[in-house]
Design a protein around this ligand. Structure first.
Ligand SMILES: Nc1ncnc2c1ncn2[C@@H]1O[C@H](COP(=O)(O)OP(=O)(O)OP(=O)(O)O)[C@@H](O)[C@H]1O
Length: 307
């Protein structure tokens, strides 16, 4: 991150709610993301991730609250917001019957003066390692390379804020790793990068995360902070037991459990009774964190956000 991007405005969301008829899809969401940060939005289906991204990309107005993207108010200046962002959804972004270069040119022309297009395209081909595929039809690329192109065209015009909706879904681990390197490359040039993902192991690669649940942010922080927050509310353990899972899940103090290796991985209520099982305490991963925080929120809201 350079000195200029460190002081440039990123994304600020203050008390944003969004209703669809009787449904409150977003409930007083607040967050702030700085240039140079990769920010992960996590949440189950229907938790409001897409609604939040649609608001931040100037497509949808909030019912209440306010949001600024690169210093621009999304409610007052949606068109100006669209000019400073890049957006890539899973399926929609790449035209399969255009070449890689044509795809990039098409997107660059929407944002840049004609004389700036060739350099932006050439530079993006280079940065994304796409030169040797430049004249291939996008439809003939493998899934990993097509996804690389999808991100490349989201950023070809050098946007200040980039939104990537599930950028690695369906890719093998090697391609996923490459895509994450490219995501961090965008943050390093000073962009704000928003990523939605369902893969918990990948969420660890974000600088910070927000967990959305039923339209509310129930926790936000670095992966490490969220792990610590989960540990304030629960204990994660491994038990080498052959007892049936259903029986284990009904034991007092057990919040959840699932098969793992030769035993069971358990989430135990913090400060609750200890089940009569051989237990080995283990450090939580982000999937554990997600389960702990959503369960506590659903039951009592005890693990509410603190920053
Ligand atoms: N245009 C709309 N009209 C009515 N309801 C909507 C509209 N858009 C979203 N919703 C509802 O708002 C809630 C949040 O949806 P949203 O698509 O934001 O969730 P999501 O977290 O992105 O889910 P997914 O992971 O499945 O994409 C859902 O209950 C959804 O049905």
């Amino acid at each position: 991150m350079d000195a200029q991007s460190a002081s440039a405005p990123g994304v600020r969301v203050e008390g944003v709610s969004r209703r669809f008829g009787g449904l409150l899809a977003l409930d007083r969401v607040s967050l702030e993301v700085r240039p140079g940060e990769v920010f992960g939005l996590l949440g189950p289906n229907g938790s409001g991730k897409t609604t939040l991204i649609r608001i931040l990309t100037g497509v949808l107005l909030p019912s209440s609250g306010s949001a600024q993207v690169a210093g621009l108010d999304v409610g007052r200046h949606p068109e100006a917001v669209k000019a400073v962002i890049g957006y890539s959804t899973q399926e929609a972004s790449v035209y399969r019957d255009l070449t890689v270069r044509e795809n990039l040119e098409f997107r660059a022309r929407l944002y840049l003066e004609p004389k700036g297009v060739p350099y932006a395209v050439q530079e993006t081909l280079r940065r994304f390692g796409l030169q040797e595929f430049a004249d291939r039809l996008a439809g003939s690329l493998s899934g990993g390379w097509r996804q690389r192109l999808a991100i490349a065209q989201a950023v070809v015009h050098g946007p200040r804020v980039v939104f990537l909706d599930e950028p690695t879904t369906g890719l093998n681990p090697v391609s996923r790793r490459t895509i994450w390197d490219l995501i961090h490359q965008e943050a390093m040039r000073g962009a704000v990068v928003f990523v939605t993902t369902h893969y918990m192991d990948e969420a660890e690669r974000c600088h910070r995360l927000a967990l959305l649940y039923e339209g509310k942010i129930i926790a936000q922080g670095t992966p490490h902070e969220l792990e610590q927050l989960a540990l304030q509310n629960a204990r994660i353990a491994y038990s080498e037991t052959t007892l049936p899972l259903e029986q284990i899940r009904r034991m007092p103090g057990v919040l959840d459990g699932w098969p793992s290796g030769n035993g069971v991985r358990l989430i135990l209520e913090g400060g609750g009774p200890t089940p009569d099982l051989p237990l080995q305490t283990i450090y939580p991963n982000l999937e554990d964190v997600f389960i702990v925080l959503t369960k506590y929120h659903a039951n009592s809201g005890r693990a509410e956000v603190r920053e």
